[in-house]
Design a protein around this ligand. Structure first.
Ligand code: HEM
Length: 498
């Protein structure tokens, strides 16, 4: 690079550093350093959007583990030391999550805000419905998912013996998981066992998904080309008169439909928009997560072999000899025993997740970080955790960019002790968020990924095609969940002979 350019940049950075520390005209002494952008409103949004992880690491090196950044008009205080996470996560009263979701989710998915007086009690009812994704309810969901995965595999991929077939791995994983998850959550069509138009629905979903970061950033939908029309089409898939004809609908969706009926002010299209939001929640992250887990295993044949053997052993322990001509059934208890598979999935989540945990300060207060440190926070400020920096910290995870399928196994059990500065971390893997806003679908998500990978490994030989390198992470969704690969990977698969 031009030395003059470099010098100018260094000069700019020095100025910024000074300003951040000394900006006492607008900062109180106990407040963290403030990093402002050059353009007042957009602040650091552009730089952050390009490479959030790199941006935060760079500022951590300069300002320490707590600093405030002005991003798109908001003041966001980042807590970069995972040893401080517990004190943020337990702060329920003064740091709220829902104010943020109720502002952002309605404009993104197209339903009216839920909090407030219009839909009295709806928020609490929706929250309660999340229980239907967990505990005892997980068993029927898992059983139904198994049947639906088997159905899609059988009809689309298990029909030709012997020959190698090739395709895009992302396309393969997402087409199977999208449809099987859809059938499990929303149920089967009025006639037949598979909904018509699934590929079109997924194509529209992908188009919407590519605009998702802009919608979350509150860019008006009319500025986003055809996004509004596509969202309308997706929403119309879930109109109550259509959904009422579907059978085997999960209890979770049934309950939500019932409670929407109790609110006269919710129009049919609003109810449908709520159902559509659940489609995004249930596949938006699961599809890329499934891809990464599968990709890493296929790219490491030795790891794949161990995981495949583990699945066969768990079946054998229960008296089942795998036979490719018959459907296989893995119960929730059997899935729980697959610790190498679980470790592989956790490892791929570690490498691909970039979600941001956000809380909004409800009042001016002093936020206690640890025994001898507090920082001043103002009402409306955002406090953010960015666990990708913990996931990729070489002090916590040796060679953090390397996929080690057994990283989360120790002495034949799940490994849970990871350290920073010699102290055991309470939070070391956070793809599903934290505290009161933690993903309610996390157990189901892990189970369905386990089921998908198990079926793939049991029924197929799998290879990457020559010259297929590890794809880069597409950072356009940084802050919002599991990152997509920047390009698909070509692979080969054929039915296993034994
Ligand atoms: C690998 C797959 C998944 C990942 C990584 C994931 C991640 C997340 C994250 C990070 C959040 C926000 C939490 C926060 O900000 O603290 C969330 C919320 C949510 N997730 Fe998931 N999720 C996954 C799969 C699922 C599935 C399969 C379902 C449902 C079937 C689901 C349902 C939800 C719902 C309903 C919320 C909103 C919760 C609320 O408003 O309090 N997720 N998820």
């Amino acid at each position: 690079r031009d030395p003059e350019e470099e010098e100018a940049e260094e000069e700019e950075e020095k100025k910024e550093e000074e300003e951040a520390r000394l900006c006492l005209c607008c900062r109180k002494p106990d407040e963290p350093p403030l990093i402002k952008g050059w353009i007042p409103f957009i602040g650091k949004a552009l730089e952050f959007g390009k490479d959030a992880h790199g941006f935060l690491e760079k500022h951590k090196r300069k300002y320490g583990d707590v600093f405030t950044v002005q991003i798109a008009g908001k003041y966001m205080t980042f807590i970069m030391n995972p040893l401080l996470y517990p004190s943020i996560i337990k702060q329920g009263r003064q740091l709220d999550f829902h104010e943020f979701t109720d502002k952002v989710a309605p404009v993104t998915f197209g339903y009216p805000p839920v909090l407030g007086n219009t839909f009295h009690g709806l928020w609490e009812q929706i929250k309660r419905s999340f229980q239907l994704l967990q505990g005892d309810h997980l068993e029927p969901l898992t059983e139904s998912m198994m049947g639906n995965l088997m159905l899609v595999f059988r009809q689309d991929h298990l029909d030709r013996a012997g020959d190698w077939r090739s395709g895009g791995l992302y396309e393969f994983c997402s087409s199977v998981m999208f449809e099987a998850t859809f059938l499990t959550i929303y149920g089967k069509p009025a006639s037949g066992v598979r909904h018509r138009g699934m590929d079109d629905l997924r194509r529209d979903f992908n188009k919407f998904d590519s605009m998702f970061p802009f919608l979350i950033a509150q860019i008006p939908i009319w500025l986003l080309g055809r996004t509004k029309a596509i969202r309308q089409k997706l929403i119309s898939y879930f109109l109550p008169q259509k959904m009422s004809r579907w059978s085997n609908t999960s209890q979770f969706i049934q309950r939500r439909s019932e409670l929407f009926e109790q609110h006269d002010k919710l129009k049919d299209v609003d109810k449908a928009a709520h159902h559509f939001a659940i489609l995004w929640a249930s596949v938006g992250n699961t599809l890329p997560a499934t891809f990464w887990a599968t990709y890493f295993l296929v790219s490491q044949p030795q790891a794949l072999k161990v995981v495949r053997q583990e699945i066969l052993d768990v079946l054998r322990d229960d008296g089942v000899e795998f036979d490719a001509s018959r459907d296989v059934l893995l119960s929730k208890e059997q899935l729980d025993k697959l610790i190498f598979l679980e470790s592989s999935i956790n490892e791929s989540l570690r490498l691909s997740s970039a979600s941001m945990n956000i809380r909004v300060a409800q009042e001016d207060f002093s936020l206690r970080l640890d025994n001898d440190r507090s920082v001043g926070v103002r009402k409306g400020d955002v406090i953010a955790l960015y666990p990708q920096s913990l996931h990729l910290d070489p002090e916590i995870y040796e060679e953090p960019q390397t996929f080690r399928f057994d990283r989360f196994v120790q002495d034949g059990r799940e490994k849970t002790d990871f350290f920073k500065d010699g102290q055991k971390l309470r939070y070391y893997l956070m793809p599903f968020g934290s505290g009161s806003s933690m993903c309610p679908g996390r157990y189901f998500a892990i189970n369905e990924i386990k089921q998908f990978v198990s079926l793939l490994l049991l029924y197929f030989d799998l290879q990457l095609e020559d010259g297929q390198n590890r794809p880069r992470l597409d950072s356009s969704r940084a802050g919002l969940g599991i990152l997509l690969p920047s390009s698909d990977v070509r692979f080969r698969y054929r039915l296993r002979a034994d």
